[in-house]
Write a protein that binds this ligand. Structure first.
Ligand code: GTP
Ligand code: MG
Length: 304
């Protein structure tokens, strides 16, 4: 049961969009105060539209984290970008996040062009303020002001990593919302089931621990979650595309798989706040990124 919101309460959906790696997921975690989205230095970390819910005394904001928008090179990329673009038209306000520690580039320009015809209000978010060298701050910021030119988008600067400026961002977002109900129970922070986040936490460790072509070729399936009184047993399959990748993920004498498993288990324990026994299997699924059926089986569906 969702309780009725107090009189004058505001609520709505805020889409977080931007090119890959600018810090969209880090920002969503910071806003909701909990790690629900995985983050990594590898571009195209986020693959699903993921909702994060922030409930305060005056408003409930549902953040929609999206995959980074880029020029797709395979079927998976196409599905990701399609789903990210859907967010543009289905939210009340858009937060267009950029990496202000580097000058604006073609990837940002591409997104500004996508937003030309949208009726949804847009806020430009200059992220990674902590990483701007003090002497070139103004210069860097300028490249973004020029990028959006005559558009009257409010500009907010913050660091998703340290949290600096995020409170001010939250206030501006609330100003853009209309009066409305609780869409989710006030104590919920995400719309995703625990199983999904477990798979993501395993994928995050693979992104962080393996290199080269592995990160993009991997998909996780959670096969079994068995809750016993003192421990939760989780069985998961790591799908890769080639035998050579299977070899890398397993590592010498199983060392890499062990490292992935240990780190992921610690993250999953934090998530469920209890002891976890994690068993990982590695399976070769040739060309899963090219096949619509395989993509759907692994949870990457074209949304409508
Ligand atoms: N210094 C600094 N690093 C940040 C900040 N925000 C994010 N990062 C780092 O930038 C990298 C990418 O962050 P993500 O949150 O995964 O970026 P994303 O936009 O969700 O990326 P995709 O899901 O691939 O589109 C990670 O290594 C983060 O730790 C910030 O404010 N300051
Ligand atoms: Mg992300």
């Amino acid at each position: 049961m969702i309780p009725a919101a107090p009189a004058g309460y505001k609520s709505g959906f805020a889409g977080i969009i931007g090119r890959p790696n600018v810090g969209k997921s880090t920002l969503m975690n910071q806003l909701v105060g909990q790690k629900i989205a995985i983050t990594s230095p590898v571009a195209q970390t986020t693959r699903n539209r993921l909702r994060g819910i922030l409930t305060t005394e005056e408003a409930q904001i549902i953040f929609v984290d999206t995959p980074g928008i880029h020029k797709p090179h395979h079927q998976l990329g196409k599905v990701l970008v399609h789903n990210a673009q859907l967010a543009i038209h289905s939210v009340d306000v858009l937060l267009f996040v950029v990496d202000a520690s580097v000058p604006a580039g073609g990837g940002d320009r591409y997104i500004v062009d996508l937003l030309v015809n949208t009726q949804t209000p847009v806020i430009l978010g200059l992220n990674k303020s902590d990483q701007q060298p003090p002497e070139s701050q103004a210069q860097l910021d300028n490249t973004y002001t020029q990028l959006i030119e005559a558009k009257q988008w409010p500009i907010v600067k913050f660091s998703a990593l340290t949290g600096e400026g995020v409170e001010a961002l939250q206030q501006i977002l609330i100003q853009h919302l209309e009066p409305g109900p609780y869409y989710y129970p006030p104590d919920l922070v995400t719309d995703q089931p625990e199983r999904f986040i477990m798979g993501e936490l395993i994928r995050e460790q693979i992104l962080l621990l393996t290199r080269e072509e592995i990160p993009h070729s991997v998909a996780i399936a959670i096969d079994i979650v068995e809750e016993a009184p003192t421990i939760t047993r989780v069985l998961a399959t790591i799908n890769v595309e080639r035998d050579s990748q299977k070899g890398i993920v397993i590592g010498k004498g199983g060392s890499m798989l062990k490292e992935i498993g240990t780190a992921a288990r610690q993250q999953i324990q934090k998530l469920i706040d209890g002891k976890v026994h994690l068993e990982l299997f590695v399976k070769v699924q040739p060309k899963w990124r090219q096949s619509r059926t395989r993509l759907a089986e692994l949870g990457y569906r074209v949304e409508e």
